[in-house]
Design a binder for this molecule. Structure first.
Ligand SMILES: Cc1cc2nc3c(=O)[nH]c(=O)nc-3n(C[C@H](O)[C@H](O)[C@H](O)COP(=O)(O)OP(=O)(O)OC[C@H]3O[C@@H](n4cnc5c(N)ncnc54)[C@H](O)[C@@H]3O)c2cc1C
Ligand code: SF4
Ligand code: SF4
Length: 416
């Protein structure tokens, strides 16, 4: 019988559990479907509640030191952690406490230990890209679906011979005693919601997309720009509850989108020059210690309009015209803006049902629910099966970390 642990998902929650178990001497296999660890927190720039980068990797190679690191950068070298990137769990069998897990390990086209991030391959072929300046491991990725003539040239000319275009996927089977599901959330892409024009107009973006634009490590070096032409943007309209609290999409409140919208509004009006922000809302829900983001925003001149967006249309090639119904004044307002930013619902991750069905987990609104609904052990979702972070529903980073630590403590206590 094995005493290793399987963790599915390498976002904040999965990584916290992995590092803390490994530091306690437990062998851990982490299966992450992307080619980088970090999940949705990879490009968040400043994080509430401290406005610091408290989930971070070591400074990236171009701007060393901009990201401080406490211990996550050791993840790749921690001997107790077997990190399987670009990988998926294919089958879980065996008994509780003695699981057999079959993992499909994706093709390793670029050897991350050899890649020195010189950028040559990205110049030669569009099949090579960088997921994020903060990606870990620090290496480019290759997408075979975008293969072009330049890809072979890149493979031949790569100075460290890091590229193998003929790499094949492999399979691995592990025996584990416990499984932690940390598959997180997905930010809804509201293409079907015609009234917002998302997917139709380039300057309609989501909050996660805005976070990438204002991150100093991003492609515009943190300057607020319009995706349509790359010109500086100055007029921003945000809209809350897009897809959340909506019986046609997700009936629940996504819990943290008021706070991250206010965080972004404050960054824009306080740290960028000549940017104005208006927020169209139904209610502002800044629970607990986050109320200060609302106070700060009001003091900094952010405009709040209680109402809904009625229509979005082009005003000029790079500007949008937005009609808002103000339910307090009972009148229609017209805004001309550079960016319309949608606070989209946090929805369950795509393709997660294969795992939740295989483990026979309880579900609520598409997220994982506790095994025993009346117990207070929300992280226990089955016999020797745990979940943490946003796999359990919308949550901020501190909550995700606390849940991951609760899982670790339960696993360790059970072994005493
Ligand atoms: C715009 C925005 C701003 C935010 N700002 C803040 C902030 O300032 N402060 C804060 O505390 N929180 C913030 N959050 C919330 C924060 O993103 C989450 O709390 C945190 O990322 C949750 O981490 P997680 O590990 O639970 O999930 P995720 O980050 O979603 O990680 C899940 C991981 O699992 C992987 N995965 C999924 N399915 C599978 C599968 N089947 N097999 C293998 N791997 C899989 C994913 O690829 C991903 O890497 C913000 C969220 C948004 C949308
Ligand atoms: S050419 Fe080679 S070393 Fe340079 S970025 Fe591409 S894979 Fe990495
Ligand atoms: S947190 Fe705010 S924006 Fe998000 S669904 Fe709830 S009320 Fe709407």
């Amino acid at each position: 019988m094995s005493d290793s642990v399987l963790i599915i998902g390498a976002g904040v929650a999965g990584l916290t559990a992995a590092v803390e178990l490994a530091d306690s001497g437990v062998k851990v296999t982490v299966v992450e479907r992307l080619a980088t660890v970090g999940g949705n927190a990879l490009d968040l720039y400043k994080a509430f509640p401290t406005d610091d980068c408290f989930y971070c990797f070591e400074g990236n190679r171009w701007r060393p030191g901009i990201r401080k690191c406490f211990y996550r950068s050791v993840l790749l070298d921690q001997p107790n952690i077997d990190l399987k990137l670009s990988s998926q769990v294919k089958e879980i069998s065996g008994a509780s406490g003695n699981f057999d897990v079959r993992i499909e390990v994706g093709s390793q086209y670029v050897d991350s230990k050899k890649c020195i991030m010189c950028g040559l391959c990205m110049e030669k072929s569009q099949a090579f890209s960088l997921i994020s300046p903060q990606c870990q491991p620090q290496a480019v990725v290759y997408d075979p679906e975008k293969v072009d003539e330049g890809a072979r040239v890149a493979a031949e000319e790569c100075p460290t011979k890091a590229i193998d275009l003929d790499a094949q996927p492999s399979e691995s089977t592990v025996k584990v005693s416990d499984i932690i599901v940390a598959t997180g959330y997905h930010e809804m892409q509201p293409i079907a919601m015609d009234e917002y024009g998302y997917g139709r107009y380039t300057n309609v973006i989501t909050q996660l997309e805005l976070a990438k634009i204002i991150d100093p490590n991003g492609s515009s070096n943190g300057v607020l720009v319009r995706p349509s032409d790359g010109a500086p943007a100055s007029r921003v309209l945000m809209v809350q509850c897009v897809g959340s609290r909506d019986e046609n999409y997700y009936p629940y409140c996504s819990k943290i989108c008021c706070i991250f919208a206010l965080k972004h509004a404050n960054i824009l009006v306080q740290e960028r020059e000549n940017v104005s922000v208006s927020v169209v809302y139904m209610d502002i829900r800044t629970y607990d210690r986050h109320e200060r983001y609302y106070r700060d925003a009001r003091e900094a001149g952010v405009e709040f309009v209680r109402g809904r967006i009625m229509r979005v249309e082009p005003h000029s090639e790079n500007e949008l015209s937005v009609i808002v119904y103000d339910s307090l004044l009972d009148k229609y307002l017209k805004y001309t803006v550079d960016l319309l930013v949608l606070s989209s619902a946090l929805e369950p991750p795509k393709g997660g049902s294969a795992i939740t069905s295989a483990l026979n987990l309880n579900m609520a609104n598409g997220f994982i629910a506790p095994f025993d609904p009346v117990s207070e052990e929300e992280v226990v979702v089955g016999e020797h099966i745990y979940a943490c972070g946003t796999a359990l529903g919308p949550a901020e980073v501190p909550e995700s970390v606390t849940q991951a630590r609760a899982v670790v403590s339960k696993i360790l206590q059970r072994r005493k």
